[in-house]
Design a protein around this ligand. Structure first.
Ligand code: NAD
Ligand code: DAU
Length: 361
């Protein structure tokens, strides 16, 4: 018999940990959290619920079929939410292997074990079961300055090893619905920001470097556009899709918040100037333009009409409210930042930024 438990994969990472924390806070039932704890996975993100009986942590790889099988047999979940992935575009450029292994092969292995589990369920439980796959807007490729925002019907045109690996996993999920009838849901979300965001990504990197007196590296001329969504709004969208989405459908998730990278960095500097003023000058003085990302997508923008109109979802935060909350969270949590920026993080900074003409480590 299915239980009320859900399984979350990648729940020790940025979005997954926000999702799991909110799930427990909102009393949604038991959550079994399977995570490999790569450099991006951090149990400190789950400290608030470490003693909570509604949260069970399992240290494993989504590609470990025996571990996934055992977990499904033990907990009989009613749904899987798959966040686990290698997620950083720049890392995918330096080392695509891990991206293929986890995002493609790992998702395949997970799907195979879930399919076997699901096929053995009685018919009524088969129809209520859900496999929700968390994906990205990057699978749609890059927009020109005046193109309409991505709709669910846009063709897939991934440009980086990361987005190609996510596109491949989306296609596998789609095929498992069409071929086997597995009740899948896919969400394609725009750029997230908020608490527990690993400082290899633009927003937390800039906050951390600003406070450390280091350069704020902007790739190219800073005119690339991203569409930003506060992480808790992404989590509420996933809960909504899980509860009321149509099996086999995909839902674009975004907050209609397009910004150039330069605008984002200026906003961060201005908030920091107010919240933690420097002895002299502005954080903007630390901005440095560095060598561009190879194949850098110019613009992403999400058309969120479908999830808004069909499922009634709306984000709670504007960019202005969300970004201020985010800066304050980093100011209030220096120990978290200190822990995640020790060790392996320093090697990554040397690898990524030395070639761009900056020494940030
Ligand atoms: P993240 O890199 O912060 O976290 C990934 C988590 O997955 C980590 O806890 C890591 O330990 C775990 N993991 C990696 N490989 C694993 C494996 N083989 N088995 C089990 N666990 C593994 O990523 P994130 O930013 O939280 O992104 C989560 C998901 O959301 C990803 O699928 C990503 O593609 C997608 N997404 C991210 C964004 C964004 O802006 N960050 C936007 C849209 C979609
Ligand atoms: O669009 C959703 C995607 O957003 C997710 O699927 C990815 O997992 C997530 O990492 C994110 O990808 P981006 O490449 O857009 O995010 P990142 O924070 O790495 O970069 C945001 C923009 O800032 C991008 O145009 C590159 C630029 N950038 C990034 C870094 C790290 C800089 O200018 N300087 C930097 O140092």
């Amino acid at each position: 018999m299915l239980t009320e438990a859900i399984v979350v994969t990648g729940g020790a990472g940025f979005i997954g940990s926000n999702f799991v924390n909110a799930w427990v806070r909102l009393n949604q039932g038991k959550v079994v959290n399977l995570d490999k704890l790569t450099y991006a996975g951090n149990l400190e993100n789950l400290a608030d619920i470490s003693q909570d009986p509604e949260h069970v942590f399992i240290h494993a790889d989504i590609g470990d079929r025996a571990a996934v099988k055992a977990l499904l047999e033990t907990h009989h979940p009613r749904a899987i939410v798959n966040f686990a992935a290698e997620s950083h575009v720049d890392r995918s450029i330096y080392g695509p292997d891990a991206f293929i292994q986890t995002n493609v092969v790992g998702t395949f292995n997970l799907l195979e074990e879930v399919r076997a589990y699901w096929q053995a369920l009685p018919l009524d439980e088969q129809s209520s079961f859900r496999f929700l796959h968390v994906s990205t807007d990057e699978v749609y490729g890059s927009l020109g300055p005046n193109d309409p925002a991505f709709k669910e019907t846009n063709p897939y045109q991934p440009n980086s090893p990361y987005s190609a690996s996510k596109a491949a996993s989306d296609h596998l999920v789609r095929a498992y619905h069409h071929t086997y009838g597995l009740p899948t849901l896919t969400t394609n979300c725009s750029n997230n920001y908020g608490p527990y965001h690993f400082p290899e990504k633009l927003i937390p990197l800039v906050i951390h470097n600003a406070l450390s007196g280091k350069p704020l590296p902007i790739y190219g001329n800073g005119s690339n556009v991203r569409d930003w969504l506060y992480v808790e709004d992404h989590c509420s969208a996933i809960r909504q899709v899980l509860a009321t989405g149509q099996p086999g459908e995909t839902y674009n998730v975004g907050g209609w918040n397009e910004k150039t990278n330069l605008d984002v960095v200026h906003t961060l500097c201005d908030i920091l100037d107010q919240e933690r003023p420097k002895a002299q000058g502005s954080y903007r003085d630390q901005i440095t333009f560095v060598k561009d990302r190879p194949g850098h997508d110019l613009r992403y923008a999400i058309d969120a009409s479908k999830i808004e109109q069909e499922l009634g979802w709306k984000p709670q935060e504007t960019f202005e409210t969300g970004i201020r909350k985010t800066v304050r969270w980093y100011l209030e949590n220096p120990e978290w930042v200190a822990h995640v920026t020790s060790g392996e993080y320093q090697n990554w900074l040397s690898k990524n930024y030395q070639k761009r003409g900056e020494e940030l480590a």
